[in-house]
Design a protein around this ligand. Structure first.
Ligand code: GTR
Length: 436
């Protein structure tokens, strides 16, 4: 009798310990001295150990190898462009912004007919100088949140209860213009660029719901018949970041189709989780001419191996749907990852990339974001571009942007946000690379 009792006690004790561990609040480390020793994988060495010493080997061997590694271990694999993709212009107002711009709202259908899911793209296009280069970015709270313009369609899809005017996961009229400070439309248009944006929840609602809705409901392999209905989700199936990035590519498909936009000069940008997304979109879709990451942090520009602020384990715990299932294997085990995030930046080379951090955004590890840009530099150099104009492994002085190379970087005063300061640098950087 004693033995089973002891075993039961031991089991109960272990269970209790397990629960205690799981429930333990996450204590982020912010001490550089406590960062574990790590060695970054070399973007210029193939998996078989061969050094990459010329542009051709980068292009034909290392780049495809890295894309595969990121798909398999981090973000997941997306489906191809849908053949049935088609568009409908819902609104075209040539007298927007005091007659300086055209407001256009386009519905991007992903399947035959007009049943969902569809993506609604909002555009403000300067009336002069067409075709114009453009910025494309996903928004958090619906197109109607980026400007107070009452003619922007109110998004009726599910929304996280974050932000003013969202009630029971639905937008109300009170949410119009609530994100306007992050989207300086007039300033962008004045500088000769179109602003184009979509709600990220049109592509995939940002909640851990086992991928039952959004574009997953149509394109997941269990739905298309590539897998049987009861089959488990493959560990490399696309997580939400890969899904949102795929949606950005569909918006670019539309922009290629719009005569007022110079689709070979489109900058993709995003903030925070959507900055992670813009980096992955820019990495895999080489049609994007420029990529911008605003405060993207863990799983974005920040090096995973530094494990300072938000870590892989923490992000997988709170947002298990953002990455593929394989990524879970790297919780508290970052050094086992065959890649790190400087190689994500390197995948964008030789196309220009801009990484932005904010001083108070320690959760996103500003130094780790800078170091990713720094360690991507050898690839930019190999491909014959100037790369990052800095020899130092220390971030530049606060509010003094590095914006003359093909890798841009700034560390701005203030918190996790998108500000006019950020946009000023992006516009200057775009002027350098996207203006004719
Ligand atoms: C946080 C998350 C970050 C960042 C941010 C955001 O909760 O930990 O990785 O993505 O959300 O997207 O606002």
């Amino acid at each position: 009798m004693i033995k089973p009792l002891m075993r039961l006690t031991a089991i109960l004790l272990l269970c209790a310990m397990g629960t205690a561990l799981a429930d333990e609040p996450f204590e982020p480390n912010y001490d550089e001295a406590k960062i574990p020793e790590y060695t970054l994988p070399d973007p210029l060495v193939l998996q078989d150990g061969t050094a990459v010493t010329d542009a051709e080997t980068w292009k034909t061997k290392r780049r495809p190898e890295l894309v595969k590694l990121f798909e398999e271990h981090v973000y997941g694999r997306p489906p191809a462009k849908p053949e049935a993709l088609h568009f409908e212009t819902l609104d075209n107002e040539p007298q927007a912004l005091d007659g300086t711009a055209t407001r256009r709202q386009v519905r991007i259908y992903l399947t035959e007919g007009s049943d969902g899911p569809f993506l609604d793209l909002l555009m403000y296009i300067p009336n002069e100088g067409r075709p114009v280069p453009a910025f494309l970015g996903l928004n958090f709270n619906g197109n109607h949140s980026i400007a107070a313009d009452p003619n922007i369609r109110l998004n009726m899809n599910w929304m996280r209860d974050k932000g003013a005017g969202i009630v029971d996961n639905k937008a109300t009229d009170d949410s119009r213009g609530t994100s306007a400070s992050r989207w300086p439309v007039e300033m962008i248009v004045k500088r000769g660029y179109a602003l184009t944006t979509m709600y990220y929840g049109d592509i995939d609602p940002d909640t851990d719901d086992n991928f039952q809705n959004g574009v997953h409901a149509v394109f997941d392999k269990q739905v298309t018949g590539e897998l049987a209905e009861g089959d488990p989700r493959p560990t490399d199936a696309w997580g939400s970041i890969a899904t949102w990035a795929w949606g950005l590519s569909r918006a670019l498909d539309y922009l290629e189709h719009d005569a007022d936009i110079e689709a070979t000069r489109v900058a993709v940008l995003g903030h925070s989780r959507l900055g992670k997304t813009s980096l992955w979109a820019g990495a895999v879709d080489e049609r994007f001419a420029l990529t911008i990451s605003n405060d993207s942090g863990c799983g974005g520009a920040a090096l995973s191996r530094r494990a300072i602020g938000e870590t892989v384990a923490r992000i997988n715990d709170v947002f298990p749907h953002w990455f593929n299932d394989k990524f879970q294997e790297y919780n508290n085990n970052e050094s086992a990852l065959p890649v790190d995030q400087h190689e994500l930046i390197a995948l964008i080379a030789p196309r220009p990339v801009y990484v932005a951090s904010a001083v108070e955004d320690t959760w996103a590890d500003p130094r780790g974001e800078f170091l990713s840009a720094y360690y991507a530099n050898p690839v930019y150099k190999l491909l014959g571009t100037p790369g990052l104009p800095s020899e130092s492994t220390d971030p530049p002085t606060v509010d003094e942007p590095l914006k003359t190379g093909t890798i841009g970087y700034h560390l701005r005063t203030g918190k996790h946000d998108v500000t006019t300061f950020d946009w000023t640098q992006y516009l200057d950087f775009a002027d350098l690379h996207l203006k004719k």
